[in-house]
Structure formats: structure tokens, C-alpha cells
Design a protein. Structure first.
Length: 402
């Protein structure tokens, strides 16, 4: 079986996912075009050498629908011969796109591919594509459906994380992200979004709140308490976990992932394909896995899939130098660190989605790129990238610097 190597990873800055966000006027296809064009041109890759473009997109409707990967590849001048495919595994879509492309390469069916994701959350709202899971009573009741924020509060309650714990984690994410930008940790990977005249629209993550403090976050009301009570989800949570007497609502906008716009792209290939293009690999995909987890807790999938992946790859958590886990909510990361008794210093060292934002379909490839840059910056060897997923799933990938 061939090895799948990573040659480059790029992303756009994350723009606030609101109508006043800098990227609101940029259609999804233009965001995708930006990263597809950048990853090919800055590496001098002949488009004819690319066997496929795979992009994650969680709400592929309207302007983001109709296989946006193929449309974006055409717009980015990849040529008629390069196909494209859009995939969706909710929040892990961008990482699964990378894993899918890597699997094709490892199986000997492709030589070089570009994978990543795109989401314009200011233009296409969350859950715009609908689905049976929240709307069909038969599956909603069977799976204890509840909004993710309620599940995050259920996790905090079950595993003993207080409001102060969650807020403190969020403040630290903001601090780390601010330091990372100030010290240029993202400069290798972030490519600016420009208008048709070549003028820069955005070249820096827009969602950050580096002035966040325990006091400012403490003034925010829990975001999901009223929703849980009025929608009956509090009762659903307690029915799923009768060992709990009540749910403590501790999450709010300040300790949850930000709604943003953005896109990402990763260039992968065999060693021979890279050499033919004059490229040197930066890392290789060592292993990856997916798993289903309890739908009610929903967001504990990273713990389950990491255990599965480590067992399958014959590794221990101590073999991992760096971890990037998507900060969907503070309790997700706190539970992950608790489960593996981790040193917080190796987890999301440059901040995460609480500070930077979570452009659903793009995030997985974004944090893989962040892990790659950090391995190179620090001289470390191995990183694990993982995300929680709606409906109770987890995806994880291990990369090794070369």
C-alpha cells in the first residue's frame, strides 16, 4: 500500500458569519476557488496531475449545492479533466475529505488530489439543508435528539465541568489565538480573500475576541437553558441519562465555537507524484478512523474514535506530540483532556474554534493544516486531529512530519 503524503495546506481567514462579516459578500464558490487556486499555484502543480478535488460542505444547498467541488475546480482553472466531489459528515467533513483522498492514494487509485472544505455560514444558515434526524419524530425520539448546545451542557454536567471551567478554557483559547497571530504562527497557511479587482477583502481571522476575560464571559447568560426547557430537551437529556438529577447549563456564545465563513485545501499525493512536480512532502497520513458514539451525548465522539484509532495503529496517546481537537464547545475539549489525562499545553496550542470560529465543512482540513504548521514550527513529529460530529460520531487522523 502506498503512503499518502501532505505537500501543502492552506486556508482563508475566517470571516464573521453575519451580514456585517467581511466575507458575507463572497459566495461559497469564490471561497473554495481561493484555496484551490492558492494551493496549486504556490506549489507550481500542473492541474493535469490532480486526479480529484474533494470538498466537505455541511449545507450543500443553493449556491453551495450541486457538487461545489467540481464547480470550484473549474472556476480555479483546474481544467476539464479534474473531477470534483462534495461530501458531508457534518463538522468532520473537511477532515473526512482529506481522509477520503488519502485512502484513494493509499489504495493506488490516485496519484495526487486536493481535499478540504468550504462553508459560508453568513449566506447559508446552519441546517439549511434540513434532514430527518431533527424533524422526523421516529428517528428523533429513538436517538434522543437534542440541539448540540444542550448535549454540550449534558457533557459538562455528566463529567463535572463547571461554568468557570468552561469559561476559563474559552479565555485561554482567545489568548492563544491572539499570541499565534501576533507571532506569525498562521502566516504560512492563511491566504487572503480578494475581490475581482485584486483588492484584499480579508487577510486575518475576524471572529477573535482577545480581550475576553472571566468577568466579561461571566456576564453572558447560558444560551441553551430556555431552548432546552421550552423544547422539552431538558427532559430528553434526563431520560437519556437518568443518573443525573438535573442539567447544569454552562455554555454560551463566549465558550462555544464561532459561526464563520471560510475554506481550506490540502494537497496530497504519493512520493513519486510529488517528485514529478518538484515537491518535497511535509508530512504523511499515518492513520485515520471514524466511529459512531452515543447520539444524546453526541459530542464525545473524539474520545471514542481516538481510542479506536490508537488501537488500530498500535500507538499510545503518549506517542502523540500535538493534538488539534475542534472546539465545538468548551466541554468537548475538557472531556477529551480528562479522558486521556492530557497536558493542556499540547492541545490546541494556537487556540481553536472558540476564538477563531468553526466554518463547518472547512474546519477539519483547517485544523489539520494548523497541526502541520505547529509540528514544523516546534520540531515535533506526530499530531492527532479530531472532531466531534452531529448525531454522535467522531473522526480522527494521525499525521507524521517528514
Amino acid at each position: 500500500m502506498a503512503d499518502a503524503y501532505i505537500y501543502d495546506a492552506v486556508r482563508t481567514p475566517r470571516g464573521r458569519g453575519k451580514k456585517d462579516g467581511a466575507l458575507h459578500e463572497v459566495p461559497s464558490i469564490r471561497l473554495a476557488e481561493t484555496v484551490l487556486r492558492a494551493v496549486r499555484e504556490r506549489n507550481g502543480v500542473d492541474a493535469k496531475a490532480i486526479d480529484d478535488v474533494v470538498l466537505g460542505c455541511v449545507d450543500p444547498v443553493g449556491e453551495a449545492g450541486g457538487d461545489i467541488a467540481r464547480a470550484a475546480a473549474l472556476l480555479a482553472d483546474y481544467g476539464d479533466t479534474v473531477p470534483g466531489m462534495q461530501i458531508n459528515r457534518f463538522c468532520a467533513s473537511g477532515l473526512d475529505a482529506v481522509n477520503f483522498a488519502a485512502a484513494q492514494i493509499m489504495a493506488g487509485q490516485q496519484d495526487m488530489a486536493v481535499a478540504g472544505g468550504v462553508e459560508s455560514m453568513s449566506r447559508i444558515g446552519i441546517a439549511a439543508s434540513g434532514g430527518a434526524w431533527p424533524s422526523d419524530p421516529e428517528i428523533a425520539i429513538k436517538s434522543y435528539f437534542m440541539p448540540q448546545g444542550v448535549s454540550a451542557d449534558l457533557i459538562a454536567t455528566k463529567y463535572g465541568f463547571t461554568r468557570a471551567d468552561c469559561d476559563a478554557y474559552a479565555v485561554e483559547s482567545q489568548r492563544r489565538a491572539a499570541v499565534a497571530w501576533a507571532e506569525g504562527h498562521f502566516s504560512k497557511s492563511v491566504v487572503p480573500v480578494k475581490d475581482i479587482n485584486g483588492m484584499t477583502i480579508l487577510d486575518r481571522d475576524e471572529h477573535m475576541r482577545p480581550d475576553a476575560t472571566m468577568q466579561s464571559l461571566g456576564a453572558l447568560k447560558p444560551a441553551f437553558a430556555a431552548m432546552a426547557e421550552q423544547g422539552g430537551f431538558n427532559a430528553v437529556a434526563l431520560q437519556a441519562h437518568p443518573e443525573l438529577e438535573s442539567i447544569h447549563y454552562v455554555h454560551h456564545a463566549g465558550n462555544s465555537s464561532g459561526i464563520v465563513d471560510g475554506a481550506s485545501a490540502v494537497l496530497l499525493g504519493t512520493k513519486e507524484a510529488g517528485a514529478a512536480q518538484g515537491l518535497k512532502p511535509r508530512a504523511k497520513i499515518r492513520a485515520f478512523a471514524n466511529i459512531g458514539s452515543e447520539p444524546a451525548l453526541m459530542l464525545t465522539g473524539p474520545v471514542d474514535v481516538t481510542r479506536k484509532l490508537l488501537a488500530r495503529s498500535g500507538m499510545k496517546i503518549s506517542d502523540i506530540d500535538l493534538i488539534e481537537i475542534n472546539e465545538a464547545f468548551s466541554s468537548v475539549v475538557l472531556r477529551f483532556m480528562q479522558a486521556f489525562d492530557l497536558d493542556p499545553a499540547i492541545v490546541n496550542p494556537n487556540g481553536g474554534a472558540i476564538a477563531l470560529g468553526h466554518p463547518l465543512g472547512a474546519t477539519g482540513a483547517m485544523i489539520l493544516g494548523a497541526a502541520l504548521d505547529e509540528l514544523e514550527r516546534t520540531g515535533k513529529s506526530t499530531a492527532l486531529i479530531t472532531l466531534c460530529i452531529g448525531a454522535g460520531m467522531g473522526t480522527a487522523t494521525i499525521i507524521e512530519r517528514v
